[in-house]
Write a protein that binds this ligand. Structure first.
Ligand code: SF4
Ligand code: SF4
Ligand code: FES
Length: 240
């Protein structure tokens, strides 16, 4: 193992540039450890985002040697065999400063895809049992572990070409809610995801599925939305 890593970090806003630093190698070092070392020991003005450091909060995603990754669970030994690391902000999102991107558009698209739970019951009703092995519950389970990290959104070529496209995370959320038997928002949700920017813009490239750190499959969720919206249209439940 080399004693030092050569690390290029994006500095500045959209028109910034990469600057290179030397960072000591450590056992079990993560990419987030490397960024933190630079901020604590070399340049305290470096901006980046993290919270949990254990793969739960979804806030630490960055572009690492050309691919979007959650940096707190990405080991340097897996991605920097040559001893070089290039770390930039997530793509497809505006850069605030250095490694921090503005996630507003990402979360606004959750709203556009009707990604908010619409309850059928109030707190005064009995809690409805949902069988864990019911087909709908299994479909909802398949996408429920999303941590909103934005890796899939940064990996998606369709988002790059079409900034109105909702993207894989918002559509995966819509799919989860569509399969949630306690939710009452299906018709509005199907109408929303069938509209311009919705599921039918996906070209099934699968970059989202290849890179999702939670091993979710947004491509499959979006294929489910394509089937359900088409069936709803044919039944006259939603408009073209
Ligand atoms: S689907 Fe995967 S990659 Fe996309 S935001 Fe959720 S956890 Fe991150
Ligand atoms: S499968 Fe669809 S959502 Fe996923 S990266 Fe490709 S175009 Fe984007
Ligand atoms: S810091 Fe929370 S997922 Fe990486």
């Amino acid at each position: 193992m080399l004693a030092e890593l050569s690390v290029s970090l994006w500095r500045g806003g959209e028109d910034g540039r990469y600057e290179t630093y030397s960072v000591p190698r450590r056992e079990s070092q993560t990419v987030l450890d490397v960024v933190t070392f630079v901020q604590r020991h070399i340049d305290p003005t470096l901006s980046y985002r993290f919270a949990c450091r254990v793969g739960v909060c979804g806030s630490c995603a960055m572009t690492v040697n050309g691919k979007p990754r959650w940096t707190c669970r990405t080991h340097v030994s897996k991605v920097a065999g040559s001893g070089r690391l290039e770390i930039g902000p997530l793509e497809n999102l505006p850069v605030i400063k250095d490694l921090a991107t503005d996630m507003e558009a990402f979360f606004e698209k959750w709203q556009k895809a009707q990604g908010v739970f619409a309850p059928t019951k109030t707190r005064h009703d009995e809690i409805e049992p949902i069988r864990p092995d019911s087909p709908a519950r299994r479909l909802a389970d398949a996408a429920i572990e999303c941590i909103n990290c934005g890796v899939c959104y940064a990996a998606c070529d369709t988002v790059r070409w079409n900034q109105d496209y909702f993207g894989p995370a918002a559509l995966t959320r819509a799919w989860t809610l569509l399969n949630d038997e306690r939710d009452a928002g299906s018709t509005a949700r199907l109408q929303a995801v069938a509209a311009a920017g919705g599921c039918h813009s996906c070209h099934s490239h699968q970059s989202c599925q290849e890179l999702c750190p939670q091993a979710l499959n947004p491509t499959a969720a979006i294929a489910g939305l394509k089937r359900r919206t088409t069936a709803a249209y044919l039944k006259g439940e939603i408009k073209a």
